[in-house]
Structures are given as C-alpha cells and as structure tokens.
Ligand binder design. Structure first.
Ligand code: FAD
Ligand code: FES
Length: 267
C-alpha cells in the first residue's frame, strides 16, 4: 500500500504534486549499465506530464543523503518508469532494487514540455539519458494527435537503447546503426526536406547548444536541461540557469527544466 501526501490543491496545474512511498514493480538492465525501473506510484503517475521530473530518495539511507532527479520516462496506469544510467551512488542503488523494495518519490516537479495540439508537427531530438523521454513523449503525441518524429543519437550501437513500438531515426558517431554522424546532422537533413512546427530536445549540453545555435531561428525550440539539483523545489538555489540577456538566473527545477531556447544561455 503506498503512502501519499497530496500538496497544494489550489496551486497551478503543473505545481500539484505528491510525496509517496513507491514500490518497485520490476527492474531491467536494457543496455550496458542502463536500467528501466518501474514503480507503483499511483498519485504521481496520475499527475505527471511529459518533461516533468521526480526526486527519488531512499528511506533510512544516508549515502546518498540527497534525493536524485529523474525525468519520468513512462506512465502506465498506476505505474511510472524511470530510465537511467548507473553512474553514481544513487543510480547504482536504484539499479539494484528488487520487486517490492520501496523508495520515496516527490513529484511531479518542473514545468514539462508545452502541450501538443492535433496535427502539429514536432521533431524530438534526444541523446544520452534524454532518451528517457521517448515513451512519454510518444504517448503524449498519440493522445493529442500531434505528428512526432524522434531522432535519437549515441556514440555507437552499443550505447543506443531499443524502444519497442516506437519508430525512431537513429544516428551513431561511428555509423554502427542508422545515420553515420551526429543526431544534429541527421536532424539537419530531415529539416531541409520538411520543417516541423517546433523542436523539443533533451540530452548532453553540446547537443542542446547546437539545437539552440542552428535551429532556434524562425521556429520555437524547447530544451530540457539536466542541471544538477539538490532540493528540486526552488529552496536551495542550487540549480541556476543563466538568462539569455544577462538579467540573472532562472532555477532549473522551478522555472524549467524545459526552457524556450531563446530564454537561456547554456554553459
Ligand atoms: C531534471 C533532471 C532530470 C534527469 N533525468 C535523468 C534521467 O531520466 N536519467 C538519468 O540517467 N539521469 C537523469 N538526470 C541526471 C541524474 O539526476 C544525475 O546523473 C544524478 O546525479 C545521478 O545520481 P547518482 O547518485 O547516481 O550520481 P552522482 O553520485 O550524483 O554522480 C553524478 C555524476 O558525477 C560523477 N561523480 C560522482 N562523484 C564524483 C566524484 N567524486 N568526482 C568526479 N565525478 C563524480 C559520476 O560519475 C556521475 O557521472 C536528471 C537530472 C535532472 C536535473
Ligand atoms: S534544486 Fe534547489 S533550487 Fe533548484
């Protein structure tokens, strides 16, 4: 049985959130050191939208002490999935969880990507742990009737995760799968054939910077940043993102993590 605390019933839609004890439904290694963990988390699963994130902590655990941020990768009924690379203490601990183990999840947090509308054409560009967003973005496109094309790049075939039931254009730096070159060059080729109405991106900062530099001209580009976070809720001031014209800083957790690329300066 999951414990739930719903907060802020009169807050704006994207700020309604919960803290709940979520239990592991299953945990799979889907590529080398890359895992998808599915949690029973009924309240947060009901609230979350594409591009929002959660903070995950381990009850009674002091190492790591702080919660870790993860985009919600998918929602299926009362369950939500996280997709992550086991790179540090938190993600390694997550990767070792077994069915029935519990974690504390705080979310959904952040703004998420803009709502999609019927017939709208969206290009989605993903790399690294940004690939987490494939399932939830595809679901939201299907629900809204938007036409979404997904471009997903990695160093080699070994670093690409296969997403069943999703049509994806792949790019690898060594040409071992899909387009031989960067995902940005692949996007460029498609862009010349057909222009979308908007672009969404999530992945390593150089990839986001290239999107911002090369495509943010006459169509909106929205990028999701993965600035390291401590509280995830605007309290610690630990996740600054430079505002484009030097006016100061946004907070990635509160004002983002999705920004119109025009608004920010990537560092
Ligand atoms: C909004 C948001 C969404 C995110 N979504 C995802 C997601 O969907 N999937 C995902 O995989 N990640 C995601 N991240 C990134 C994830 O939160 C971080 O990678 C997180 O720090 C991992 O926690 P960890 O304890 O495993 O690693 P940490 O211990 O925090 O380490 C993180 C990185 O720092 C390195 N590091 C750790 N300690 C040291 C040290 N002493 N010296 C040098 N380097 C060190 C690690 O090798 C690793 O690369 C997201 C981040 C944000 C802000
Ligand atoms: S993580 Fe604390 S203010 Fe953003």
């Amino acid at each position: 049985m999951s414990k739930q605390i719903l907060t802020g019933p009169v807050r704006p839609e994207h700020e309604v959130r919960a803290i709940e004890t979520a239990t592991v439904v299953n945990n799979h290694e889907v590529a080398e050191e890359v895992f998808i963990t599915k949690f029973h988390s009924p309240v947060i699963a009901r609230l979350v939208k594409a591009g929002q994130f959660v903070m995950v902590s381990f009850p009674g655990c002091f190492d790591p002490l702080l919660a870790r941020a993860f985009s919600v990768s998918d929602v299926q009924g009362k369950n939500l999935s996280l997709f992550y690379s086991a790179v540090g203490k938190g993600t390694r601990r997550l990767s070792k969880l077994r069915k029935g183990d519990a974690v504390t999840i705080n979310g959904p947090l952040g703004n998420g990507f803009p709502k999609l509308s019927k017939g709208e054409r969206v290009y989605v560009v993903l790399g690294g742990s940004g690939a987490a967003l494939v399932p939830i973005l595809c679901r939201s496109a299907k629900r809204s009737g938007a036409k979404m094309t997904v471009f997903y790049g990695a160093r080699t075939k070994r670093h690409l995760v296969a997403f069943k039931n999703h049509k994806i254009h792949h790019a690898t730096d060594d040409g071992s799968k899909g387009y031989h070159g960067t995902v940005i060059n692949l996007l460029r080729e498609h862009f010349e054939e057909e222009r979308p109405d908007k672009i969404f991106g999530c992945g390593p900062t150089p990839m986001l910077a290239a999107l911002q530099r090369d495509f943010d001209g006459d169509l909106p580009v929205y990028i999701s940043v993965e600035t390291p976070m401590a509280c995830g809720m605007g309290f610690c001031q630990g996740c600054p993102v430079k505002i484009y014209d030097g006016r100061g800083y946004f907070l990635a957790c509160k004002d983002g993590p999705v920004f119109n690329a025009k608004e920010i300066e990537l560092e």
